[in-house]
Design a binder for this molecule. Structure first.
Ligand code: PLP
Length: 386
Protein backbone atom coordinates (compact mmCIF):
# COMPACT_ATOMS: atom_id res chain seq x y z
CA UNK A 1 0.00 0.00 0.00
CA UNK A 2 1.19 3.52 -0.76
CA UNK A 3 2.22 5.64 2.19
CA UNK A 4 -0.41 8.06 3.39
CA UNK A 5 0.22 11.15 5.48
CA UNK A 6 -3.05 12.27 7.04
CA UNK A 7 -2.23 15.74 8.34
CA UNK A 8 -5.74 17.16 8.61
CA UNK A 9 -6.68 16.22 12.15
CA UNK A 10 -8.27 19.61 12.88
CA UNK A 11 -10.84 18.70 10.20
CA UNK A 12 -11.49 15.29 11.68
CA UNK A 13 -9.66 12.42 13.33
CA UNK A 14 -9.60 8.70 12.79
CA UNK A 15 -11.88 6.76 15.13
CA UNK A 16 -9.86 5.12 17.90
CA UNK A 17 -10.38 1.32 17.69
CA UNK A 18 -11.05 1.30 21.46
CA UNK A 19 -13.85 3.81 20.89
CA UNK A 20 -15.37 1.63 18.19
CA UNK A 21 -15.13 -1.38 20.49
CA UNK A 22 -17.02 0.49 23.23
CA UNK A 23 -19.80 1.45 20.80
CA UNK A 24 -20.52 -1.91 19.19
CA UNK A 25 -22.50 -3.45 22.10
CA UNK A 26 -24.83 -0.43 21.97
CA UNK A 27 -25.70 -1.20 18.37
CA UNK A 28 -25.82 -5.00 18.60
CA UNK A 29 -26.92 -5.94 22.08
CA UNK A 30 -28.25 -2.91 23.99
CA UNK A 31 -30.31 -1.47 21.18
CA UNK A 32 -33.37 -0.48 23.21
CA UNK A 33 -34.85 2.97 22.89
CA UNK A 34 -33.76 4.92 26.00
CA UNK A 35 -37.31 6.26 26.36
CA UNK A 36 -38.79 2.73 26.62
CA UNK A 37 -39.56 1.71 30.16
CA UNK A 38 -38.77 -2.03 29.91
CA UNK A 39 -35.33 -3.41 30.77
CA UNK A 40 -33.80 -3.14 27.29
CA UNK A 41 -34.73 0.56 27.16
CA UNK A 42 -33.59 1.15 30.72
CA UNK A 43 -30.15 -0.26 29.85
CA UNK A 44 -29.77 2.37 27.14
CA UNK A 45 -30.99 5.12 29.47
CA UNK A 46 -28.52 4.01 32.13
CA UNK A 47 -25.68 4.08 29.59
CA UNK A 48 -26.56 7.65 28.60
CA UNK A 49 -26.85 8.90 32.16
CA UNK A 50 -23.62 7.26 33.22
CA UNK A 51 -21.90 8.80 30.17
CA UNK A 52 -23.28 12.21 31.10
CA UNK A 53 -21.86 11.81 34.60
CA UNK A 54 -18.44 10.78 33.29
CA UNK A 55 -18.26 13.64 30.78
CA UNK A 56 -19.31 16.12 33.46
CA UNK A 57 -16.67 14.84 35.88
CA UNK A 58 -13.98 15.15 33.21
CA UNK A 59 -14.97 18.77 32.58
CA UNK A 60 -15.33 19.67 36.26
CA UNK A 61 -19.07 20.36 36.11
CA UNK A 62 -22.41 18.88 37.20
CA UNK A 63 -24.02 16.14 35.10
CA UNK A 64 -27.17 18.26 34.76
CA UNK A 65 -25.23 20.86 32.80
CA UNK A 66 -24.24 18.49 29.96
CA UNK A 67 -26.52 18.03 26.94
CA UNK A 68 -25.63 15.55 24.21
CA UNK A 69 -25.93 16.96 20.69
CA UNK A 70 -24.93 16.07 17.13
CA UNK A 71 -21.69 18.06 17.35
CA UNK A 72 -20.09 21.48 17.41
CA UNK A 73 -22.40 23.10 14.88
CA UNK A 74 -25.59 22.17 16.72
CA UNK A 75 -24.12 23.12 20.10
CA UNK A 76 -23.04 26.54 18.81
CA UNK A 77 -26.46 27.11 17.23
CA UNK A 78 -28.27 26.10 20.42
CA UNK A 79 -26.16 28.38 22.61
CA UNK A 80 -26.55 31.43 20.38
CA UNK A 81 -30.29 30.83 19.92
CA UNK A 82 -30.70 30.54 23.70
CA UNK A 83 -28.79 33.77 24.34
CA UNK A 84 -31.06 35.60 21.90
CA UNK A 85 -34.39 33.89 22.56
CA UNK A 86 -34.29 33.07 26.26
CA UNK A 87 -31.65 35.27 27.82
CA UNK A 88 -32.60 38.55 26.19
CA UNK A 89 -29.27 39.32 24.49
CA UNK A 90 -29.66 42.17 22.01
CA UNK A 91 -26.03 42.69 21.02
CA UNK A 92 -23.49 40.03 20.05
CA UNK A 93 -19.73 40.52 20.26
CA UNK A 94 -17.75 37.93 18.37
CA UNK A 95 -14.55 37.78 16.29
CA UNK A 96 -13.96 37.62 12.55
CA UNK A 97 -12.05 34.34 12.89
CA UNK A 98 -14.80 32.24 14.50
CA UNK A 99 -15.90 29.06 12.76
CA UNK A 100 -18.80 29.53 10.35
CA UNK A 101 -20.96 27.55 12.79
CA UNK A 102 -20.78 30.69 14.94
CA UNK A 103 -20.39 33.46 12.35
CA UNK A 104 -23.24 32.37 10.10
CA UNK A 105 -25.49 31.74 13.11
CA UNK A 106 -24.77 35.21 14.47
CA UNK A 107 -25.46 36.70 11.01
CA UNK A 108 -28.75 34.80 10.90
CA UNK A 109 -29.97 36.16 14.23
CA UNK A 110 -28.78 39.66 13.45
CA UNK A 111 -30.71 39.57 10.18
CA UNK A 112 -33.93 38.01 11.45
CA UNK A 113 -34.11 39.24 15.04
CA UNK A 114 -32.75 42.69 14.22
CA UNK A 115 -29.97 42.40 16.79
CA UNK A 116 -26.73 44.29 16.51
CA UNK A 117 -23.34 42.66 16.29
CA UNK A 118 -19.75 43.85 16.55
CA UNK A 119 -16.35 42.27 16.05
CA UNK A 120 -13.65 42.43 18.66
CA UNK A 121 -10.20 43.67 17.56
CA UNK A 122 -7.48 41.07 17.01
CA UNK A 123 -3.72 41.50 16.81
CA UNK A 124 -1.66 40.14 13.90
CA UNK A 125 -1.55 36.69 15.51
CA UNK A 126 -5.33 36.60 15.86
CA UNK A 127 -5.27 37.16 19.63
CA UNK A 128 -8.27 38.96 21.10
CA UNK A 129 -7.64 42.52 22.24
CA UNK A 130 -9.04 42.29 25.77
CA UNK A 131 -9.20 46.07 26.43
CA UNK A 132 -11.22 46.42 23.21
CA UNK A 133 -13.60 43.69 24.39
CA UNK A 134 -13.98 45.46 27.74
CA UNK A 135 -14.60 48.84 26.05
CA UNK A 136 -17.18 47.38 23.69
CA UNK A 137 -19.00 45.62 26.50
CA UNK A 138 -19.04 48.81 28.57
CA UNK A 139 -20.33 50.90 25.66
CA UNK A 140 -23.09 48.51 24.51
CA UNK A 141 -24.22 47.78 28.06
CA UNK A 142 -24.42 51.53 28.73
CA UNK A 143 -26.69 51.82 25.68
CA UNK A 144 -29.07 49.36 27.40
CA UNK A 145 -28.03 46.20 25.56
CA UNK A 146 -27.56 42.82 27.15
CA UNK A 147 -24.55 41.32 25.38
CA UNK A 148 -23.56 37.86 24.24
CA UNK A 149 -19.82 37.30 23.86
CA UNK A 150 -19.08 34.36 21.56
CA UNK A 151 -15.36 33.67 21.24
CA UNK A 152 -13.68 30.40 20.36
CA UNK A 153 -11.17 28.81 22.72
CA UNK A 154 -8.79 27.81 19.91
CA UNK A 155 -8.96 28.71 16.26
CA UNK A 156 -9.20 25.70 13.95
CA UNK A 157 -7.08 27.22 11.16
CA UNK A 158 -4.22 28.96 12.91
CA UNK A 159 -4.51 27.54 16.44
CA UNK A 160 -4.47 30.86 18.29
CA UNK A 161 -5.71 30.40 21.86
CA UNK A 162 -8.12 32.63 23.75
CA UNK A 163 -7.37 33.88 27.27
CA UNK A 164 -10.64 32.25 28.16
CA UNK A 165 -10.62 32.80 31.92
CA UNK A 166 -9.88 36.50 31.44
CA UNK A 167 -12.75 36.77 28.94
CA UNK A 168 -15.03 35.00 31.44
CA UNK A 169 -14.16 37.59 34.09
CA UNK A 170 -14.69 40.54 31.70
CA UNK A 171 -18.02 39.16 30.45
CA UNK A 172 -19.35 38.72 33.99
CA UNK A 173 -18.21 42.20 34.99
CA UNK A 174 -20.62 43.55 32.37
CA UNK A 175 -23.44 41.08 32.99
CA UNK A 176 -22.85 39.49 29.58
CA UNK A 177 -23.49 35.91 28.52
CA UNK A 178 -20.30 34.11 27.45
CA UNK A 179 -20.30 31.28 24.91
CA UNK A 180 -17.08 29.60 23.82
CA UNK A 181 -16.68 27.22 20.91
CA UNK A 182 -14.31 24.72 22.53
CA UNK A 183 -14.42 22.26 19.63
CA UNK A 184 -10.64 22.36 19.15
CA UNK A 185 -9.75 22.23 22.85
CA UNK A 186 -12.16 19.87 24.65
CA UNK A 187 -10.48 16.49 24.19
CA UNK A 188 -7.12 18.23 23.66
CA UNK A 189 -6.50 19.78 27.07
CA UNK A 190 -7.61 18.98 30.62
CA UNK A 191 -10.40 21.49 31.08
CA UNK A 192 -12.43 22.83 33.98
CA UNK A 193 -15.39 24.72 32.57
CA UNK A 194 -16.25 26.31 35.91
CA UNK A 195 -12.82 27.99 36.00
CA UNK A 196 -13.42 29.33 32.48
CA UNK A 197 -16.53 31.25 33.58
CA UNK A 198 -18.48 30.29 30.47
CA UNK A 199 -22.27 30.09 30.34
CA UNK A 200 -22.13 27.86 27.26
CA UNK A 201 -19.37 25.69 25.76
CA UNK A 202 -19.45 23.45 22.69
CA UNK A 203 -17.49 20.29 21.91
CA UNK A 204 -17.38 17.76 19.09
CA UNK A 205 -16.42 14.06 19.34
CA UNK A 206 -14.85 13.60 15.92
CA UNK A 207 -12.07 16.08 16.73
CA UNK A 208 -10.57 13.69 19.30
CA UNK A 209 -10.98 10.23 17.79
CA UNK A 210 -14.66 9.89 18.64
CA UNK A 211 -17.50 9.30 16.19
CA UNK A 212 -18.77 11.98 13.82
CA UNK A 213 -22.18 13.42 14.62
CA UNK A 214 -21.57 13.53 18.38
CA UNK A 215 -20.99 16.45 20.70
CA UNK A 216 -22.03 18.23 23.82
CA UNK A 217 -23.32 21.58 24.87
CA UNK A 218 -22.36 22.66 28.39
CA UNK A 219 -24.84 25.06 29.99
CA UNK A 220 -23.81 26.56 33.32
CA UNK A 221 -25.99 26.05 36.37
CA UNK A 222 -29.00 28.35 36.43
CA UNK A 223 -28.61 29.54 32.82
CA UNK A 224 -32.02 29.37 31.17
CA UNK A 225 -32.14 27.90 27.71
CA UNK A 226 -34.66 26.40 25.33
CA UNK A 227 -34.77 23.69 22.73
CA UNK A 228 -33.48 24.24 19.23
CA UNK A 229 -35.00 20.93 18.11
CA UNK A 230 -38.60 20.39 19.20
CA UNK A 231 -40.41 17.09 19.66
CA UNK A 232 -40.08 14.46 22.39
CA UNK A 233 -38.80 15.08 25.88
CA UNK A 234 -35.26 13.75 25.43
CA UNK A 235 -32.35 15.63 27.01
CA UNK A 236 -34.71 17.11 29.60
CA UNK A 237 -36.86 18.58 26.81
CA UNK A 238 -33.93 20.60 25.46
CA UNK A 239 -33.06 18.42 22.47
CA UNK A 240 -35.78 16.22 21.01
CA UNK A 241 -35.13 13.01 19.09
CA UNK A 242 -34.11 9.49 20.03
CA UNK A 243 -30.65 9.70 21.51
CA UNK A 244 -27.61 8.54 19.54
CA UNK A 245 -26.77 6.00 22.24
CA UNK A 246 -23.72 4.39 20.62
CA UNK A 247 -22.51 7.88 19.62
CA UNK A 248 -22.81 9.10 23.21
CA UNK A 249 -20.90 6.03 24.41
CA UNK A 250 -18.23 6.69 21.77
CA UNK A 251 -17.95 10.39 22.61
CA UNK A 252 -17.48 9.55 26.30
CA UNK A 253 -14.91 6.82 25.64
CA UNK A 254 -12.95 9.11 23.29
CA UNK A 255 -12.90 11.88 25.90
CA UNK A 256 -11.85 9.44 28.63
CA UNK A 257 -8.99 8.12 26.49
CA UNK A 258 -7.92 11.67 25.63
CA UNK A 259 -7.85 12.71 29.28
CA UNK A 260 -6.20 9.50 30.55
CA UNK A 261 -3.41 9.75 27.97
CA UNK A 262 -3.15 13.55 27.83
CA UNK A 263 0.42 13.91 29.07
CA UNK A 264 1.77 11.30 26.68
CA UNK A 265 -0.28 12.35 23.64
CA UNK A 266 0.30 16.07 24.21
CA UNK A 267 4.06 15.71 24.34
CA UNK A 268 4.11 13.36 21.32
CA UNK A 269 1.91 15.63 19.17
CA UNK A 270 3.90 18.70 20.24
CA UNK A 271 7.08 16.95 19.14
CA UNK A 272 5.53 16.22 15.72
CA UNK A 273 4.50 19.85 15.37
CA UNK A 274 8.04 20.98 16.25
CA UNK A 275 9.58 18.48 13.83
CA UNK A 276 7.39 19.83 11.03
CA UNK A 277 8.17 23.46 11.94
CA UNK A 278 11.94 22.89 12.10
CA UNK A 279 11.87 20.75 8.96
CA UNK A 280 10.06 23.45 7.01
CA UNK A 281 12.43 26.14 8.25
CA UNK A 282 15.33 23.98 7.07
CA UNK A 283 13.75 23.73 3.60
CA UNK A 284 13.38 27.48 3.18
CA UNK A 285 13.95 30.56 5.29
CA UNK A 286 11.09 32.12 3.33
CA UNK A 287 8.57 29.83 4.98
CA UNK A 288 6.71 31.48 7.86
CA UNK A 289 4.01 30.43 10.32
CA UNK A 290 0.63 31.76 11.38
CA UNK A 291 0.74 29.63 14.52
CA UNK A 292 3.01 30.61 17.36
CA UNK A 293 4.90 28.02 19.40
CA UNK A 294 2.42 28.62 22.24
CA UNK A 295 -0.72 28.09 20.19
CA UNK A 296 -2.83 24.94 19.88
CA UNK A 297 -0.30 22.09 19.65
CA UNK A 298 -2.30 20.09 17.11
CA UNK A 299 -2.17 22.80 14.40
CA UNK A 300 0.58 24.35 12.28
CA UNK A 301 -0.49 26.95 9.72
CA UNK A 302 2.27 27.55 7.20
CA UNK A 303 2.91 30.33 4.66
CA UNK A 304 4.96 29.18 1.69
CA UNK A 305 7.18 31.45 -0.40
CA UNK A 306 5.99 33.72 -3.20
CA UNK A 307 5.12 31.86 -6.36
CA UNK A 308 3.51 28.91 -4.60
CA UNK A 309 -0.24 28.37 -4.86
CA UNK A 310 -2.41 26.77 -2.23
CA UNK A 311 -4.67 24.78 -4.56
CA UNK A 312 -1.77 23.54 -6.64
CA UNK A 313 0.24 22.47 -3.60
CA UNK A 314 -2.77 20.72 -2.09
CA UNK A 315 -3.47 18.92 -5.36
CA UNK A 316 0.13 17.76 -5.73
CA UNK A 317 0.21 16.58 -2.13
CA UNK A 318 -3.14 14.83 -2.60
CA UNK A 319 -1.69 12.89 -5.56
CA UNK A 320 1.11 11.77 -3.27
CA UNK A 321 -1.26 10.72 -0.46
CA UNK A 322 -0.53 13.74 1.75
CA UNK A 323 -3.73 15.22 3.13
CA UNK A 324 -3.79 18.74 4.52
CA UNK A 325 -6.03 21.81 4.25
CA UNK A 326 -5.86 25.19 2.63
CA UNK A 327 -5.91 28.22 4.81
CA UNK A 328 -5.29 30.99 2.39
CA UNK A 329 -7.27 34.01 1.34
CA UNK A 330 -6.88 32.95 -2.28
CA UNK A 331 -7.61 29.25 -1.85
CA UNK A 332 -10.88 27.82 -3.00
CA UNK A 333 -13.25 27.38 -0.10
CA UNK A 334 -17.05 27.25 -0.03
CA UNK A 335 -17.05 31.00 -0.30
CA UNK A 336 -13.76 31.74 -1.98
CA UNK A 337 -11.02 31.38 0.62
CA UNK A 338 -10.21 31.47 4.28
CA UNK A 339 -12.03 34.18 6.21
CA UNK A 340 -9.47 33.64 8.99
CA UNK A 341 -6.43 34.52 6.90
CA UNK A 342 -8.36 37.39 5.31
CA UNK A 343 -9.22 38.78 8.77
CA UNK A 344 -5.56 38.76 9.81
CA UNK A 345 -4.85 41.15 6.90
CA UNK A 346 -1.47 39.60 6.24
CA UNK A 347 0.17 40.24 2.91
CA UNK A 348 0.88 36.65 1.98
CA UNK A 349 2.53 36.22 -1.40
CA UNK A 350 2.28 32.43 -1.56
CA UNK A 351 0.32 29.39 -0.45
CA UNK A 352 -1.01 28.95 3.08
CA UNK A 353 -1.53 25.39 4.25
CA UNK A 354 -2.72 24.03 7.59
CA UNK A 355 -1.12 20.83 8.81
CA UNK A 356 -2.75 19.28 11.86
CA UNK A 357 -1.61 16.32 13.88
CA UNK A 358 -2.95 13.69 16.25
CA UNK A 359 -1.74 10.78 18.37
CA UNK A 360 -2.24 8.63 15.26
CA UNK A 361 0.17 10.69 13.11
CA UNK A 362 3.51 8.97 12.60
CA UNK A 363 6.97 10.54 12.54
CA UNK A 364 7.37 8.89 9.11
CA UNK A 365 4.32 10.82 7.84
CA UNK A 366 5.98 14.10 8.85
CA UNK A 367 9.31 13.18 7.25
CA UNK A 368 7.63 11.93 4.08
CA UNK A 369 5.70 15.22 3.83
CA UNK A 370 8.82 17.32 4.42
CA UNK A 371 10.69 15.38 1.76
CA UNK A 372 7.90 15.91 -0.73
CA UNK A 373 7.58 19.62 0.05
CA UNK A 374 11.30 20.01 -0.38
CA UNK A 375 11.10 18.34 -3.80
CA UNK A 376 8.15 20.55 -4.81
CA UNK A 377 9.92 23.85 -4.24
CA UNK A 378 12.39 25.06 -6.82
CA UNK A 379 15.93 25.62 -5.52
CA UNK A 380 15.20 29.29 -4.96
CA UNK A 381 11.84 28.28 -3.48
CA UNK A 382 10.08 30.46 -5.97
CA UNK A 383 7.46 28.12 -7.30
CA UNK A 384 5.99 24.68 -7.31
CA UNK A 385 7.38 22.22 -9.83
CA UNK A 386 4.64 20.55 -11.84
N1 PLP B 1 -16.18 24.83 15.62
C1 PLP B 1 -14.91 24.59 15.28
C2 PLP B 1 -13.82 25.45 15.86
C3 PLP B 1 -14.59 23.54 14.42
O1 PLP B 1 -13.30 23.32 14.07
C4 PLP B 1 -15.65 22.75 13.89
C5 PLP B 1 -15.37 21.68 12.93
O2 PLP B 1 -14.74 21.86 11.91
C6 PLP B 1 -16.96 23.04 14.29
C7 PLP B 1 -17.18 24.08 15.16
C8 PLP B 1 -18.10 22.22 13.80
O3 PLP B 1 -18.16 21.00 14.52
P1 PLP B 1 -18.99 19.77 13.94
O4 PLP B 1 -18.24 19.24 12.77
O5 PLP B 1 -19.02 18.79 15.08
O6 PLP B 1 -20.34 20.27 13.62
Amino acid sequence: MNQIAYLDNAATTQLDPKVLESMIPYMEEYYGNPSSIYALGRQSRLAIESSRKQVAEMLGVKATSIYFTSGGTESNNTAIAAAVNELGCTHIITSPIEHHAVLHTVEHYCQYNKLSCSLVKLNAMGEVDLPDLENQLAAYTKQGHKCLVSLMHANNEIGVLLEIEAVGVIARRHGAIFHSDCVQTIGHYPINLIDYGVHFASASGHKFHGPKGTGILYVSDGTKFGALIHGGSQERKKRAGTENVHGIIGFTKALALAMDNFLHDHSYIKSLNKRMRLGLKAISKNISFNSSENSLYTVLSVNFPAGTHTDLMLALMDRKGIYASGGSACSSGDDGGSHVITALKKDLPGATIRFSFSKMTSVEAIDFTLEFISSMLLPKDQAVIL
